[in-house]
Design a binder for this molecule. Sequence first.
Ligand code: ZN
Length: 340
Amino acid sequence: MKGNNLFSIPCLVRRRLFHSLLMALLLTGGFMHDSSAAQPLRRPLTIRFQNLNGTVYLYMADVAAFYGMAMLVNDKEITYKSRYSTISFTVNNRLMTLNNVQYYLARPIIKNQYSFLIGKSDFELILEPILRPTIINPKRPVRTILIDPGHGGKDVGAVNGKDYEKDINLAVALRLANKLSARGFRIYMTRNKDSELSLDKRTRFANTIDADLFISIHCNSASPSANGLETYIATPKNDPPVGSTTVYKDNCPANKYDKANAYLAFYTQRSILQRTGVADRGVRRKRYYVIRNTNCPSMLIEIGFISSNFELANLKNPVYQEKITDGIVDGVLKYREAVK
Ligand SMILES: [Zn+2]
């Protein structure tokens, strides 16, 4: 394989693919077609796996074949390609780019001898729901949405000069509430004015009204040069959060909706990026209180950095707030379609 950095699916896999294709035709009477991701599926196909230090990894060549995608390898870069999707991975790296959206995997891609491996949970809880939303389970139709502007009252959140995060969160959340309400959703807000509210009250509110979706709005803060968009969902059981290798051994309430969360966060992140052109800091998984204790699909969006003077000017600008909220609405509508 050395000296030839670029190859498509190896012969062996291609032969397997042909056999599985035959099997799929025999067993299902043809190709199954997923309307949303529009990936032609060739199933059933055995995806080989390896158990390394207690973690199950799948052969990436088999995963590519499963999706009917070509797999290209260029040194440390692995690309899956089909007519509909492009996914880029890097060996020893957790960051994946799926159709121009960055997404943090639970585990880095591994090269083991001549094979490239991806964590089984990353296949099941990230790739699968996004590429084949028909497998999202449970499917909870969206009627009631709880919008949660972060902080409030004495808890001002992050600060830059005279500007408080709590005020930006509320302004954006109110816009979002109006837009989603106009789309026929039943909208509640954890707060619609400058009031203080514990994290516990926020999640209990979601569970009391039996919300179908929970959206928390926050602004980020770091060094003055940091900028960009992050969307967070709860970390699944047996996976580590972004930036850590320590896995969670227990389930949190939100884990019932791991697959829904993956799809929701992906399309929300993508839509906001498309609407605003802001830097992409990726979909991330972390067990923030409000997104781990809600009994429904939930996400927390860090809409930008209040600590960046440039982004702060944008975040306060009504035109920019319109773009952000339009992006969130796009994501929610796309998600509603997938689970209806
Ligand atoms: Zn915040």
